[in-house]
Design a protein around this ligand. Structure first.
Ligand SMILES: Cc1cc2nc3c(=O)[nH]c(=O)nc-3n(C[C@H](O)[C@H](O)[C@H](O)COP(=O)(O)OP(=O)(O)OC[C@H]3O[C@@H](n4cnc5c(N)ncnc54)[C@H](O)[C@@H]3O)c2cc1C
Length: 423
C-alpha cells in the first residue's frame, strides 16, 4: 500500500515509522527544510502523565475572563483572534465541567500509558541507548506552594493513580531526597506530586534521528514541499497537490498539527484544532551548581523547568494569536521571572551565553484529546490535535493511526480518540 503522510513533526515521522514497519511504501511531505522544525522543535521535553489533564476544566472560563488584556497572563486570548476561534471556543467552554474533564483525562491516561510502553519497546527494537535524544529517567515533579493547592493535588493524584498512572504525593523533605535541587525551596513547598516513570528527552533530536533512519530504510521524505490541496473523487482522496506537482497514493495521513483545518476545509473535513502559542527558553545547565536533574512543573506560576542533557529548558505560556511563531519578549520574561522567584540560581544559566528563545504552536482540540484515525473520507486519516502533550502521545498515537490505515486491530480502544466524536 502506498501512503502519503503530510507533516514531518514527531506525529508524522512516527506514523511513517509504524507504516513502514507494516510494509507500506511511505512518502512524507514536509514544507520545512527538515524534520521537527515546527512544534516538535523546542517543546517542554516531558513524556508521560504530567501532561494528561485537559485544559477544559470547571474553573477555567472565569480565570480566562480575569486574564483578558494582561500581556503576562499564563493564558492570553488576543481579542482579534476571537472571531476565528468562536466555534472551537464554544465547544471548549461546553467541556469546562467536571464530568467531561474526567472523561478526557481517562482517555489521555490510556493513550499515554500505551505510548510509554511503545517508547520502551521502540528503544529496544531500534537498539537506542537514549543518548540519541538526551533521554533522562529521573522523573518529574509537580510543585504546590499552599496546603490547599497540595490537598487538591493529592485528590487529583488519587484519581490519576486510579486510572493506572504512576504518581505519588510527597512532602517537601521526601521530594528533596529524590531531587536535591528542591532542597533550598523546601520551606516554601507544601508538597509535590511525583511522577517517577516520566521520561524526558529532546523531541527534535529524536524525530530527526528517526527520520534519518527511515530515509536510510527507503522511506521518501520530500522536504521543502508544501501541500496545498486534497483532490477527492468518488469519496476518496486521489492525490494531494504540492507546489512541485501532484502526489497520488492509496491512503493519506494528515499530521500537520494546527495547519490541518486550513488544509482540509475545502473537502468538507472540519477539524476542530486551533494554534495555541507556547514558548521555551534553553540555556546551559553547568553554571548552576547542583542544578535540577529531572523536570519540575509549577502549577501556580504555570511553567515547566527541565533538564535535557547538559541544558535546562523552561517552557510554558499559552497565547491564542493565530499562526504567528515569534516568541513574545514580554511572555518570555514573565516565564523567566517566575523561574527566578523559585530558583534564583537559574540567573547564572541565563547569563552563560545567549539563551535560545523559541515559540511553537500547540494544535489544541477542544476536549484536550488528540484526534486519531479515520475520517468520513475512506482513505484519509488524521494524527492531529495533540496540543500540549504531543511528544507524550506520539509513539502510541502513531501506532494507532498506522493500524487504522492498514486495517489492523488497534491494541487499545479508540473510544474518545476519533474524529467522529465531534460530528
Ligand atoms: C511550549 C511548548 C511546550 C510543550 N511541552 C511539551 C511536553 O513537555 N511534552 C509533550 O508531550 N508535549 C509538549 N508540547 C506539545 C508538543 O510539542 C506537540 O504536541 C508536538 O510537537 C506536535 O507534533 P506534531 O508532529 O503533531 O506537529 P508539528 O511538529 O508542528 O509538525 C507538523 C508539521 O506539519 C508541517 N506542515 C504543516 N502544513 C503543511 C503543509 N501544507 N504541507 C507540508 N507540511 C506541512 C509543518 O511544517 C510541521 O513540520 C509542547 C508544546 C509547546 C508549544
Amino acid at each position: 500500500m502506498r501512503v502519503v503522510v503530510v507533516g514531518a513533526g514527531i506525529s508524522g515521522t512516527m506514523t511513517a515509522y509504524f507504516l513502514h514497519r507494516a510494509g507500506c511504501e511511505v512518502t512524507v511531505v514536509e514544507r520545512e527544510s527538515g524534520a521537527a522544525d515546527a512544534t516538535s522543535f523546542g517543546n517542554g521535553g516531558v513524556i508521560g502523565c504530567t501532561q494528561v489533564e485537559p485544559w477544559a476544566q470547571p474553573g477555567l472560563p472565569l480565570k480566562l475572563l480575569k486574564w483578558i488584556g494582561r500581556e503576562d497572563a499564563p493564558v492570553l486570548v488576543r481579542v482579534g483572534q476571537i472571531p476565528h476561534v468562536m466555534g472551537w471556543g464554544r465547544r471548549f467552554l461546553a467541556r469546562c465541567n467536571a464530568a467531561d474533564a474526567r472523561d478526557a483525562l481517562a482517555v489521555n491516561v490510556r493513550l499515554t500509558l500505551y505510548c510509554l510502553e511503545q517508547f520502551a519497546a521502540l528503544r529496544e527494537r531500534e537498539k537506542m541507548t537514549g543518548e540519541e535524544y538526551d533521554l533522562g529517567l529521573n522523573g518529574a515533579y509537580k510543585l504546590f506552594f499552599t496546603p490547599e493547592a497540595f490537598a487538591h493535588a493529592r485528590e487529583f493524584g488519587k484519581e490519576l493513580a486510579g486510572l493506572g498512572a504512576p504518581v505519588e504525593a510527597l512532602d517537601s523533605r521526601a521530594a528533596a531526597e529524590r531531587e536535591p535541587a528542591l532542597g533550598p525551596i523546601g520551606d516554601h513547598l507544601s508538597g509535590v506530586l511525583a511522577f517517577p516513570k516520566e521520561e524526558i528527552g529532546d523531541c527534535r533530536k529524536f524525530t530527526r534521528w528517526m527520520a534519518d533512519r527511515l530515509q536510510r530504510a527507503g522511506v521518501r521524505f520530500l522536504y521543502g514541499t508544501g501541500v496545498s490541496r486534497f483532490r477527492v473523487e468518488s469519496g476518496r482522496v486521489r492525490a494531494v497537490d504540492t507546489h512541485k506537482g501532484p502526489l497520488d497514493a492509496d491512503a493519506f495521513v494528515v499530521a500537520a498539527a494546527s495547519w490541518t483545518p486550513g488544509l482540509l476545509k475545502d473537502i468538507g473535513i472540519r477539524v476542530p484544532v486551533i494554534p495555541v502559542k507556547g514558548v521555551s527558553i534553553t540555556v546551559p545547565a553547568t553554571p548552576w551548581e547542583g542544578a535540577l536533574q529531572s523536570a519540575v512543573i509549577d502549577y501556580s506560576r504555570l511553567f515547566g523547568l527541565i533538564r535535557i542533557g547538559d541544558r535546562l529548558r523552561v517552557s510554558g505560556s499559552a497565547e491564542v494569536t493565530g499562526h504567528n511563531t515569534v516568541p513574545s519578549p514580554a511572555r518570555c520574561k514573565a516565564l523567566v521571572d517566575s523561574v527566578l522567584e523559585i530558583f534564583p540560581q537559574f540567573a547564572a544559566c541565563m547569563k552563560a551565553g545567549p539563551p535560545l528563545y523559541w515559540a511553537g504552536l500547540r494544535g489544541n482540540s477542544p476536549d484536550g484529546v488528540p484526534i486519531l484515525g479515520r475520517t468520513p473520507v475512506g482513505n484519509l486519516f488524521l494524527n492531529v490535535g495533540h496540543g500540549p502533550e504531543g511528544w507524550s502521545t506520539s509513539c502510541g498515537g502513531a501506532r494507532l493511526v498506522a493500524a487504522a490505515v492498514t486495517g489492523e486491530r488497534p491494541e487499545i480502544s479508540m473510544a474518545g480518540l476519533e474524529y467522529s466524536r465531534f460530528h
